[in-house]
Structures are given as structure tokens and as C-alpha cells.
Design a binder for this molecule. Structure first.
Ligand SMILES: [Zn+2]
Length: 346
């Protein structure tokens, strides 16, 4: 009996050693069939049990069963380990030859965001700080402080979505940021602001219920229209990367500036000669501007006799549209990558 138990232990150890040194599923299956088959040492020992008697027979039988159970468990565990490692190996080596590497394009910020960043960067060269503020405003900050009283007809041009309670509304222009800045800061003030604005407008190629604006403001001593024209000319030349651009000021009307102007730039597509984009005028309308109205300064407790300033504002989309010859502003918000990826000139 001593011999048989030793043989069982030896056979078991051999089996376990073979299993643990196995490195792939195929080899493991061969080992499994050897140790479970009729040629295995354990099977041979089992055939000798019949020669034994009583307790001895029982004891050796239970030793063999215990050994087989142990081998089965280790086989199962090894099989799972090998399957996992083979799967991981396949994963790491997997190569899908149908994948087109060129289709993987890196995303980028939206062209309007890029243009706003460019505007902010260029104006920062002239000492303008970038300021942002809330999009939901009160009637006072959006209209009344800007010299548009409750029944002012100019409000018609900036109809929006009123929320009845407390006179709250989505801002119709970024000029409310100027008011908030002038209340908080003392002159000299030099800021550039940009963001979303909202208007109740019919959707067409030139109008959308939401669009972007950028807006600049200077309040200081001895500020004149010459400063307005000079700074805007230099800044727009940098934004359009074109030193030949000139500006012309056409008289206009805004309640918050006096005098007010529409500012046109030399058409950069035809260099002022006249083309389809500029309607053969040689000039392109770019933005609105003017000297800050004295009443607006009084509304924010700045003495108009001591300080003057100018403000200007426009749409970043307009600048991109001119540079890329686009005629429909809605294209910017449809998020069609075929359109967005074509806009190289920002
Ligand atoms: Zn032109």
C-alpha cells in the first residue's frame, strides 16, 4: 500500500508539473487527454485496486479520486488563464486592414470660436482686456442703460424673447457687458467682449435667432473719432492679414452712440475694384461703431465732460463669411463637418 500511495503522489506531481509548465491551449488539451486516458499512471493504479481488500481498497480508491479531482481543478484553472492571455495577445496584435487611417480626423474648435479668439488676441495687442458676462439680462442693462427707454422705437430692431417676470430676457447684444464693466471699473477702460446674443428674427440666410457678437469699448480722456478709425484699421488689417485694407465711416444711427457709423472696409477679394461679393462697390460693410452717447455715461455715473469713448461691434461670422465667400449664416450652426472643415481662412 505504501508503494501505491507513493505512486499516486508521484503521478499527481508529474501531472501538475506538466500542467503548470504548459503555455498554450493545444498542449494543455493533449496533457489533459494523457492524464485522463487509459494510458495514464493513475488509471493503471486504479486497475490494481481490484487486488486489494476492504479498507485498503477504500483508502487507495479515495486517494485516486482526490488526485483526479485536484488534477481536474488545476486543468480547468490553467485553461482559463491560457484563454485570457491568448485573447489579450490577439487583441494587442489585432490589425483591421479594412480601416482607413486617413478617415481618422482630429476635431477642432468651431470656426466662430476660432475667429473670436483671433479678435480677442488682436485687440489685446492694443491694450483691450477680454471680458465676458451673463447671457440672461435685465431690461435695464440690455436697453434702458443704453439709452433705449421702455418705449424707444429702436427696440423694434432688437426684438427678443421676453420673460415677463422681473423684465428678464436673453441679451440682444453684448453691449450689456459694457454697462456692467463701466459700473464696476473706473476709466480708463479698454475692453473687448464676445458671445452669444438672441433675437426674435425670422430665419433666413442672413438672420438667425441666435448668433455671435464681438464688441469693444474705450473710455478715457481726449478720445476722438480719429482714435476709433485708427485702432479699428490697424486691428482689422491684422485680423484679415492684409495691410492694404482701409476703412470708411458712413453715418448711421444707434441710440447708445453719437455720432454713429457703419464701418466699411476695402473689399479684400477685389482690392476695392468691385466684384460680385461687394456688389461692385469695392467696399464691404463690417461693423457698427460710434462715440459713446453722453447719456449712457451718465447712466453708469461717468462724467461725460471729463471722459469720452468709442464703442464698436460686429459679428465674427461676418468676418469668416467675407474671408471664405460664404453667403448663408445658418451654415455655421448646422454642424455639417463637410462645411466646417472647408473654412481654412480664419
Ligand atoms: Zn469686391
Amino acid at each position: 500500500m505504501q508503494n501505491l500511495t507513493e505512486e499516486i503522489l508521484k503521478a499527481t506531481k508529474e501531472a501538475l508539473d506538466d500542467i503548470s509548465s504548459c503555455s498554450d491551449i493545444q498542449s494543455l488539451r493533449k496533457i489533459s487527454s494523457v492524464y485522463k486516458g487509459k494510458e495514464s499512471k493513475l488509471y493503471k493504479i486504479l486497475t490494481e485496486i481490484s487486488k486489494l481488500q476492504g479498507d485498503e481498497k477504500k483508502f487507495i480508491g479515495s486517494c485516486i479520486n482526490e488526485s483526479k479531482e485536484k488534477i481536474d481543478n488545476v486543468l480547468l484553472q490553467k485553461e482559463q488563464e491560457l484563454k485570457i492571455s491568448e485573447y489579450e495577445k490577439e487583441e494587442s496584435e489585432y490589425l483591421d486592414i479594412t480601416l482607413n487611417k486617413e478617415d481618422k480626423k482630429l476635431g477642432s474648435t468651431h470656426p466662430v470660436t476660432q475667429m473670436i479668439q483671433k479678435i480677442v488676441d488682436v485687440f489685446s495687442l492694443y491694450g483691450f482686456s477680454h471680458v465676458t458676462d451673463r447671457e440672461i439680462e435685465t431690461d435695464w442693462f440690455c436697453f434702458q442703460a443704453l439709452n433705449m427707454d421702455v418705449d424707444h422705437p429702436a427696440r423694434e430692431m432688437q426684438d427678443t424673447f421676453y420673460i415677463e417676470e422681473n423684465h428678464i430676457l436673453p441679451r440682444t447684444h453684448t453691449s450689456s457687458v459694457q454697462i456692467r464693466t463701466m459700473i464696476k471699473a473706473k476709466p480708463p477702460i479698454r475692453i473687448i467682449s464676445a458671445g452669444r446674443v438672441y433675437r426674435n428674427e425670422n430665419q433666413d440666410a442672413r438672420h438667425s435667432f441666435m448668433f455671435y457678437q464681438y464688441e469693444g469699448l474705450i473710455i478715457d480722456n481726449n478720445i476722438s473719432i480719429a482714435d476709433l478709425k485708427s485702432i479699428l484699421t490697424q486691428a482689422l488689417r491684422k485680423i484679415f492679414e492684409n495691410d492694404k485694407i482701409d476703412l470708411r465711416l458712413r453715418h448711421s444711427y444707434f441710440p447708445y452712440t453719437e455720432p454713429s457709423f457703419e464701418i466699411d472696409a476695402t473689399c479684400m477679394l477685389c482690392q476695392g475694384k468691385g466684384c460680385k461679393v461687394c456688389d461692385f462697390k469695392g467696399w464691404l460693410e463690417l461693423l457698427g461703431a460710434g462715440m459713446v452717447h453722453p447719456q449712457v455715461l451718465r447712466n453708469v455715473k461717468i462724467d461725460p465732460k471729463k471722459y469720452q469713448g468709442f464703442a464698436f461691434g460686429g459679428g465674427p461670422e461676418r468676418l469668416i463669411m467675407i474671408k471664405n465667400e460664404i453667403n448663408d449664416t445658418r451654415l455655421f450652426y448646422e454642424n455639417d463637418l463637410r462645411f466646417l472643415s472647408q473654412l481654412k481662412k480664419l
